[in-house]
Design a protein around this ligand. Structure first.
Ligand code: THU
Ligand code: ZN
Length: 150
């Protein structure tokens, strides 16, 4: 894991940040009040976005990353090139949760897949930007190779 500055961002990463920041505004989080925005760059060059969507039953919550990935799949793309999320972090660095790590893992063969986490302060200003990788967040990941005789 390393920290980044906005100056380090490529053009596509800047676009992803803008889209993830915008979609985060649409997060439906009346229970946690914790809004997350995600942008996934597909191998097709398109950017797919998602926000979290909560539910009164507390179990049906959709995570922003999963919504973005489902959108990618809906458009016929099955490979992630880059994942960027935008979320608040007041006490500790924030990264995609375990579920979202596994879901991301489904759509890449690349252990070094880049994951950028843009952490915001309580006023939604960028406080820290982290770059990490799938392998760092989910080492020894479980894949279909663990149970299929391919
Ligand atoms: N959340 C995400 O959208 N992605 C994550 O990886 C972490 C958690 C959402 C789910 C819930 O709506 C809120 O953040 C608090 O857990
Ligand atoms: Zn998650």
């Amino acid at each position: 894991m390393k920290t980044l500055l906005l100056n380090d961002f490529t053009e596509i990463e800047l676009q992803m940040l803008e889209l993830a920041t915008t979609v985060r505004e649409n997060a439906y989080a009346p229970y946690s009040h914790f809004r997350v925005g995600a942008a996934v760059l597909g191998i097709d060059g398109e950017i797919y976005t998602g926000c979290n969507v909560e539910s009164a039953d507390f179990t049906l919550t959709s995570h922003a990353e999963c919504v973005a990935i489902d959108s990618m799949v809906k458009h016929g793309c099955h490979e992630i090139k880059l994942l960027l999320i935008v979320l608040e972090s007041l006490h500790a660095p924030s990264f995609p949760c375990g579920l979202c790590r596994q879901k991301t893992s489904e759509f890449t063969d690349n252990n070094d897949l880049k994951i950028i986490s843009v952490n915001l302060d309580s006023e939604s200003k960028i406080s820290k930007i982290y770059e990490t990788s799938l392998n760092e967040l989910l080492p020894n990941r479980f894949t279909s190779e663990n149970f299929l005789n391919l």
